[in-house]
Design a protein around this ligand. Sequence first.
Ligand code: NDP
Length: 284
Amino acid sequence: MAATLIDGKAIAEVIREEVKTEVIQMKKKGITPKLNVLLVGDDPASVVYARAKEKSCGKVGIEFELKTMSAFSPIGEVLAIIDAWNKEPGVHGIMIEMPLPEGIDKNLVLEAVDPKKDVDGSHPINRGYILSGGEGLFPTTPQSCIELLTRTGLAITGKNAVIVGRGETVGKPLLFMLLKHDATVTVCHSKTADLAYHTKQADIVIVAVGRAKMVTADMIKPGAVVVDAGINFPDGGGICGDVDFDSVKEVAGAISPVPGGVGSLTAVLVQKNLLKAIKLQGLT
Ligand code: NDP
């Protein structure tokens, strides 16, 4: 393998230790950070994700509460829970597991969360802060892409960065995060005329599409840094990214694997957001 491996698991451990230390300091000041998660319906993947968050919070001393509701709950009941959590000073962060069941208006639910408790960075006010450079809470997956680069010591300033995918969760917020780090950014999507032309110019390629192994070695400039945010479950079983890791690793200068890359950081970055939320709420 020619490329340096961008080790998400190792970076996650470093961030976890930072979170643990900060939680201890907050507890000394009388604040026990608490994350509340709302799960509406019984989507099996969402149940797994919620339990994973609980386990991860337990490791760093963060209190965790999971509230489950029937998929047939009236919207008023869902909003009432969120309103109660918004008003409860001991609840510092709120996350709504996605996807919500059909018939529940996602925007209505996400906009009901107090922006200062919105640890998922989904509220339109926080989305706005990404553009304006304000102090808000930002989505964890694009944050993870940035952390993987900076904590591996890979420069962003002045680099040509190409994002493949303009989704709301990853590609779009990442554009503004990379601009903030002084990259020159191109965003590609399904209507991009010649994707390989763009990716071949890039010093940094970040892929967030949801198509298994779509980025191949011939699309990458030798020595480029490749970050793979994709998560795919191919028919043969297992999990893979949007990048054809085995071929691209022979060309790239550095590459993040799937699993063990972008996804490894998301749980600890939710916790980082929770600690930031406590500061934004003026509690420290
Ligand atoms: P979306 O479905 O919202 O966006 C996908 C994007 O890919 C769209 O902009 C689409 O273009 C673009 N696209 C589709 N086909 C092509 C193509 N052939 N060439 C170029 N671009 C294409 O996805 P998300 O942003 O929600 O997620 C992207 C990936 O990130 C998924 O694999 C998801 O599983 C993963 N993910 C990973 C997380 C993690 O923790 N690691 C967390 C969240 C997501 P267009 O806009 O034109 O339709």
